[in-house]
Design a protein. Sequence first.
Length: 254
Amino acid sequence: MKRIKKIIIVLLITLLVLLITLYLVTSYSYNKKHYKIFNKGRSDLSIWQKKNPNTRMDLTRIRIKNQMLTYVYKNIDFKYAKFSNIGFMGAKFINCNFNNSILKKINVATLYGVKFDQRILFKNMSFINAKIIDSLQMKPIIFENVNFYKAKIINSFLGYNFKNVSFRKAQIIKSGISGMWKNILTNIDFSGSYIFRSYIGGYKLINVKFKNSSINNSYIVGLTRNINFNNSKILKSKLRAFRFFNSSMKNTII
């Protein structure tokens, strides 16, 4: 009986510790000082970033909706954040963390006749386990060194230029990943991903991996070099304008 009581006490203590840890993690919110700086405007944010080059701005679990983001955002944690009905115009995101965040109805605004570079930049970014939903106008965006591991991209369009981007084990559903206007998808990894009723393409696809992926009712488009479809399933899908150079389709089901 004593042994059973000890086991029960240990289990109860363990459960209590887990509950406390879960509460602390889920109740944690963003740094209020950082949020004020983030909201003040371009000059305040730029000055803070220059004075604190080695400090990450903590905007964990922030909620942002019905706003236009137009600045340069460096070294910011947007983990578990929620973005809704947000517009990007000329914004640059560098070394930012969007892990486990939700981005819904994200659009890129373009001003015709304006000369400054309005392209959006995502560089050295992480979107692990993030959700991008109903964002059909996420273009033109340059994606460079971006990780979408296990992300869910649903009813969205990500477009313009991709270089060193990972979609490993991601779910891409009713969406487009497109290198637009003769742009190239280079060093892209879709390994283990689930692609359904989607469009993956560009003028050229170079060093792209689809191994162990499931591609269903989708289009894969472009001139290709070094493409790996090993152990993948390609069902009811179309490969358009393909010229295979140094590509592999071992154990692929078509």
